[in-house]
Every structure is written in structure tokens, then in C-alpha cells.
Design a protein around this ligand. Structure first.
Ligand SMILES: [Fe+2]
Ligand SMILES: [Fe+2]
Length: 305
């Protein structure tokens, strides 16, 4: 576990201030509860109730449901028809992105929010697909872990806005992986800051572990396979241009990564995956995710701040 040093005591103090942010996401806990249920047990009324937590969400859902992305014959005019068009999964994506977007005032986003969500949705979708292909028992949990793994980037933007701008500028210049640049400039990574907020928000323990260890697979708790899964999903996304908005100068060899044998030990099906084919399939995801995120973050919908 993390040892306490002056640097991370200071980090904890700053991150804990985030608890008092007025816009803590009211929708988050009910949404996580809903995500834990099997899809066939979710009722439309529960989703409508969730949507009502966020004041701006109704107009946003209607706008997205009526966008060319969904090509409806007749425009959706009610929240119910928008939900039918988009599907429960998409509503969950939009609610989550919305509640985090509202959490970060416009002038505090250091990483472009569209870049951040492209990476997070990308990783979520890749992790679910990956989980299904290797028969991991809970693909939806893999999706959630992928979606939330970089919560610490939001924390760093909020708690260390100016320093984080330096981190990003330096990473852009050097092509260094973001987590290495954070360690060098700030003395900690988004994993260390993210887990503090994850615990404060009482996210499930397995998700907190993913947030904390996804870039340090060799020290991760060996019982939580989600960490290896998200670690690989994150690398796959970065390989396919769904990273943090800049080119990282490093070679990524997934099959040589320590997470690969770790996962293969528990999911024997992994040995049969055609990795070249799988990474090619990701291109289809890239197009889909980019379109979706562009729709959510189109200029018609200003982020609150
Ligand atoms: Fe990360
Ligand atoms: Fe990531």
C-alpha cells in the first residue's frame, strides 16, 4: 500500500479539499448501483429517475438521440424515446461524463475534456470487449473500471491546475508517458491522487485498486485481475491514438507486458487471442467513440463552469 511521505501527505490534504466541492456528483452512487444490476433487471422508470438528477441532462439526451449519429426516422420528443434510442449503456456513459464534466469548472480542465473522455470511453469499451473475449466473468465491471481508471487526471486538474499544465506541456515536449512525467514534475501520479478521491466517493474496492495500480502492475494486488485487464486496455487505447492527446515516444509490446502472463494464468483463453486482429478491430471502436464524444462535447452544449 502507499507509504506516507511529506509529498503524499500534502497530496492527501489538497485532494481532501475536493470533498467540499459544491458540485459533487449526486448521480454517481445511484448510477453505480444501477450498473451493478443485470441489464434485464433495469426498469425504464429507474433510468428516468436517474436522468432527473441532472438538470441539464434531458435536453442533452434529446439532442444526442436526434443527432445524425442515431439516424432516427422521426425526432425523439420525450425522454423515454431518447432513452430507447440511445440504450441504457449509452445513458450511463452520458450521465457519468456529465457528472464529471460538471465537477470540473471549465478553466480547470488541463487535459482537453474531449480527449479525456475519448480515452476513458475507449478504455471502457476495449476492456469490456477484452473481458468478453477472454471469458472474464464480469465484462460490465471491466467496462466501469476502464471508464473510471483515470479519475486521478480529474483530481490533478482540480487540485494542482497550474502544476498540471506544466506536466502536460513537458509531456508534450518530451513524449514521455503521462504517469512518468507526473512523477517527475509533481512527485506523484494520477493513480495516487485518483485513489484518494475514489475512496472518498466510496467507489467499489476493486475499482479503487484499478485506479491506484493500473500503471504499476508489478506491485498490484495479484487477486484483482481487473488491474491487469485495464492496464492492457489502457495501453491498447494509447497504441491506437486514443491516449492523452499527444504522441508518446515509446514502443509498446503488449505480449511482452507483465500484465499479459498475469491475465493468461487466470484466463487461459487469452493464449488463443489473435492480438494483431484484435488491435485492428479497435479501429472500428475509435471511429465510434470519437463520434460519440464529439456529439457530447459539441459547442452547442457548453460545459458548465
Ligand atoms: Fe492512467
Ligand atoms: Fe489511461
Amino acid at each position: 500500500m502507499t507509504t506516507t511521505t511529506p509529498a503524499n501527505a500534502e497530496l492527501r490534504k489538497r485532494v481532501e479539499k475536493l470533498r467540499s466541492l459544491p458540485s459533487s456528483p449526486a448521480v454517481l452512487q445511484p448510477l453505480l448501483d444501477l450498473l451493478r444490476r443485470p441489464p434485464d433487471e433495469i426498469e425504464l422508470s429507474q433510468v428516468v429517475q436517474l436522468v432527473s438528477y441532472e438538470k441539464t441532462i434531458t435536453a442533452q439526451l434529446l439532442r444526442i438521440a436526434n443527432s445524425p449519429l442515431y439516424a432516427r426516422a422521426r425526432p425523439a420528443e420525450s425522454i423515454q424515446s431518447a432513452i430507447f434510442t440511445l440504450g441504457i449503456q449509452r445513458i450511463e456513459d452520458i450521465l457519468l461524463s456529465n457528472c464529471f464534466s460538471n465537477l470540473v469548472p471549465r478553466d480547470k480542465w488541463v487535459v482537453d475534456p474531449a480527449v479525456f473522455w475519448r480515452h476513458s470511453f475507449g478504455c471502457a469499451l476495449v476492456c469490456r470487449e477484452f473481458a468478453e473475449r477472454i471469458d472474464y466473468y464480469d465484462p460490465d465491471k471491466a467496462y466501469l473500471a476502464g471508464l473510471l481508471h483515470d479519475l486521478g487526471i480529474i483530481v490533478n486538474s482540480l487540485a494542482y491546475t497550474d502544476e498540471y499544465r506544466t506536466v502536460l506541456a513537458e509531456a508534450l515536449r518530451s513524449g514521455r508517458p503521462l504517469e512518468e512525467q507526473e512523477k517527475q514534475t509533481l512527485g506523484f501520479t494520477h493513480c495516487e491522487s485518483g485513489v484518494i478521491l475514489g475512496k472518498t466517493w466510496q467507489l467499489p474496492e476493486a475499482i479503487c485498486e484499478v485506479i491506484e495500480w493500473h500503471h504499476d502492475i508489478e506491485h498490484a494486488p495479484p487477486t484483482n485481475l481487473l488491474i491487469a485487464l485495464v492496464h492492457l486496455g489502457d495501453l491498447l487505447c494509447r497504441l491506437r491514438g486514443l491516449g492523452y492527446g499527444y504522441e508518446e515516444w515509446r514502443a509498446i509490446d503488449l505480449a511482452a507486458d507483465p500484465a499479459w502472463p498475469e491475465l493468461a494464468r487466470h484466463c487461459p483463453k487469452l493464449a488463443n487471442i489473435d492480438l494483431a486482429r484484435f488491435t485492428l478491430d479497435l479501429d472500428a471502436f475509435v471511429v465510434r467513440i470519437t463520434k460519440l464524444v464529439d456529439t457530447i462535447f459539441s459547442p452547442a452544449l457548453a460545459l458548465t463552469g
